[in-house]
Design a protein around this ligand. Structure first.
Ligand code: ZN
Ligand code: FE
Ligand code: FE
Ligand code: ZN
Length: 266
């Protein structure tokens, strides 16, 4: 198995369970590592319903550091930080001031629309899907440009409810962003949570993963757990997908430095 680098906690207000239960689940699966990456606080008031407050951040640090040490299963400390217009003024100082092992950068909004929120799916029926995806990839490109993040979260999240342009359009809009990701030395995650969503597909699609592989963009693995039993979710499928795309290695993180490891045998 491989480490799970995308795990939420109850502090974000839409996940459940004790951190011990997440750790226990990781031990049962014999995962070689895990990283908590809860939704980062944004003191400017951005999307407060889905994240801890800045005043809750010390509690997050305590909760993760209180987990019992296990030589075979290092527990890393990270965050999933949203990219949006104006986020950098806080993140530029705050991310380096904290002892993160890794930082996932994600885009969950197109303008004021939280496009991956189940309660806002009807908006998908009133927008031009191709245009919405284009705007999403433009935002992702800006995320990459900031240089603030280590890993791109769920690269093709707009497919979550099944709204997706033709392959040739996706390719055209994604390629410049993938070139940028490669140039910046960023990592993409193989995020299995898409298998639990209406699209029933890992993020990113095999098409996008092949384009990432062509550019030698490194990968890591994440379940995007919001419940303890989701840790390591469908990692056999994620691994198979990585191998099918031609990947032989993935990366480990520590103190925001990455190191390659050989993928386990099937
Ligand atoms: Zn979440
Ligand atoms: Fe996310
Ligand atoms: Fe997440
Ligand atoms: Zn997520």
């Amino acid at each position: 198995m491989v480490p799970d680098y995308h795990i939420h906690t109850v502090l974000c207000k839409h996940a459940e369970g004790e951190l011990d239960e997440y750790l226990l689940h990781a031990r049962r699966l014999k995962l070689p590592g895990m990283c908590f990456t809860d939704h980062a606080p944004n003191p400017d008031g951005y999307d407060p319903g889905n994240r801890m407050r800045l005043s809750g951040f010390p509690r997050y640090q305590e909760m993760v550091s209180a987990l019992s040490e296990d030589r075979n299963l290092p527990v890393l400390f990270g965050v999933e930080a949203d990219y949006y217009d104006g986020c950098a003024s806080f993140l530029r100082a705050w991310l380096p001031a904290n002892d993160f092992d890794l930082v996932i950068g994600s885009v969950h909004y197109i303008a004021n629309w939280c496009f991956d929120e189940p309660a806002q799916t009807d908006v998908w029926n009133s927008v031009n899907v191709v245009h919405a995806w284009q705007v999403y990839f433009q935002q992702l490109n800006r995320l990459v440009d900031t240089g603030l993040f280590d890993i791109i979260g769920h690269l093709d999240l707009p497919k979550k409810f099944g709204h997706r342009p033709a392959d040739k359009d996706v390719k055209e809009m994604a390629q410049p962003v993938l070139d940028n990701i490669a140039a910046k030395g960023m990592v993409i995650e193989i995020n299995s949570s898409g298998l639990r969503k209406p699209v029933r597909e890992i993020y990113p699609s095999p098409l996008l993963l092949a384009l990432a592989r062509e550019r030698r963009i490194p990968i890591c693995f994440g379940s995007d757990s919001h419940k303890s039993r989701e840790v390591g979710y469908q990692f056999a499928a994620s691994l198979e997908m990585a191998r099918n795309a031609g990947y032989t290695h993935a990366v480990l993180f520590s103190q925001r430095q990455k190191k390659e490891y050989l993928l386990p045998e099937p």
